[in-house]
Each structure stands twice: as C-alpha cells, then as structure tokens.
Design a protein around this ligand. Structure first.
Ligand SMILES: [Zn+2]
Length: 253
C-alpha cells in the first residue's frame, strides 16, 4: 500500500533543481537581461507632492508591476506604499495622511473633479495623492471597505491616450497603470510635463522588450467589443455568449 512515508521517501530521491544561473539586478530585482534601470530618471525626481499607494496584496504577486518603477523614479519619501485590503487597517501612520485637507484620492467616480482644476484653484501647497494599486475590481473593493477614503476629495485624470502598458489587457480605454496614473497626476499638480515623460520611460522600455520577445499587444476589452474584433468565423450566438463571458470575467477578476 502506498502511504505517506513512501511518498516522502520518493520525494527525497528527486534531485534538487539546478541552481539558477541567471543573475538578478539588485535594484529592480529583474533578471539583468530585462533590467530597466538605465531608463530610470537619474537623479530621481523630487516633486513637492507625494504619492501614497494603497496596494492590494495580490498586486505584489503579479509579474508585471509598475509600482516599483515609480518607487525607483522618485526621491525617498515621495512614494509611500501601504499594503492591505482595507485602510487604514494596521497602518496607523496613514490616519493623519488620510485626514489631511491636502490629500486627494485618484478615483474615477462621477463626483471626481479633473485634477488640473485642483491645481488652478490652489496655492502651491504640496499634496498627498492617494492611488489604489490593483485591478479595477480590487480597487473598488478597497474603496468600499475603507470608509476613511470616502470623505477625501476625489480627482480623476482625463487622458485619451492608449496606455503604454499595452501588454497587460486594460479593463477599459483610458485605464492606466499605476505608474502612468502617478506620472500624469504629478505632471498635472506640479505643472511640469517632465514627470510624465521621465517616469514612464522604464515602462516603455519594458513593453518594447516584451513585444520584441513575443508578448501579444492587447487592446482593451472595451475596444475589442466595440470593434467587434472577436473571432470572425463564429456565429452570432456564440459571439454573444463570448461577449457575455468576457463581461462576467472582467467583473469577477
Ligand atoms: Zn535593474
């Protein structure tokens, strides 16, 4: 009979994996062959405002993440990251930040005002720009579960450009990666386009690299549905089923 001890003995006979030969960049923690560090702003940028990332725990596990690029592109203390599914949670140091009059939440609700309008109305005092880092459903869940966020002034970006981050399928057009969101927000509040040009450089480099090496460029689901760019050879009914499945998937993911 096959028991647990036998199974363990068998396992111990399997030779260990060969050592990993590829070297890892100590800064971006990616294999040196796909390191993007040379495209990070040097010296790091030092805006008067700072970015506060509220990161969903699942975001950290994604293989293509843009938050580290942001962290590396800004001076120390200009990008703070807090992890959790609701806030402030155990992060007591967030309470003061989230209660400050100078804190803005980037959240595309119907009541959100365009970020450029904030700058026109204000003195040049530094802002805390809160960005929820995760997929759109994760961001919504964090927002709903964190009442302290509800009273913050909500701002949005109006951008028509399709994301640089073309490798990751965007849930809808105008939906940007965390890095792009932060870069555009800083450019708007600081009144300096340098922020969006310099900060997104590593993302461009990485996307170009991935595309050259076979990653498929995606248009957003919204774009594909609108333009009917689903497989052409299938019938109308199957097409409808696929669209519904796509919508359901995007709501669940
Ligand atoms: Zn690197």
């Amino acid at each position: 009979m096959y028991n647990e001890a036998d199974a363990l003995a068998e396992l111990s006979d399997i030779p260990p994996d060969p050592p990993l030969m590829r070297s890892i960049c100590s800064q971006c923690e990616r294999p040196t062959s796909v390191c993007y560090c040379t495209s990070i702003p040097n010296p790091r940028l030092c805006p008067s405002s700072r970015i506060i990332l509220l990161q969903h725990p699942a975001e950290e596990k994604r293989c293509l993440r843009t938050a580290p690029m942001l962290q590396l592109g800004l001076d120390r203390g200009k990008c703070l990251t807090f992890r959790g599914k609701y806030f402030p949670g155990r992060h007591t140091e967030l309470i003061d930040i989230l209660n400050s009059d100078n804190t803005l939440l980037l959240y595309p609700s119907t009541s959100a005002v365009e970020i450029t309008a904030v700058r026109e109305n204000c003195d040049k005092s530094p802002y805390n720009i809160v960005i929820i880092d995760g997929t759109w459903p994760q961001a919504k869940a964090i927002y709903v579960g964190s009442p302290i966020l509800h009273k913050l002034k909500q701002v949005k970006l109006l951008i028509s450009a399709i994301s640089n981050y073309i490798i990751r399928t965007q849930p809808s057009d105008g939906c940007l990666s965390t890095l792009e969101t932060a870069a555009y927000a800083l450019a708007a509040l600081e009144g300096d386009n340098l922020y969006k040009e310099k900060l997104v450089e590593p993302l461009k480099v990485m996307c170009e690299f991935q595309l050259k090496n076979g990653a498929v460029s995606h248009q957003s689901k919204e774009f594909r549905i609108k333009n009917n760019s689903y497989p052409k050879l299938i019938g109308k009914r199957l097409n409808k089923v696929l669209r519904e499945a796509e919508v359901m998937k995007s709501e669940l993911s």
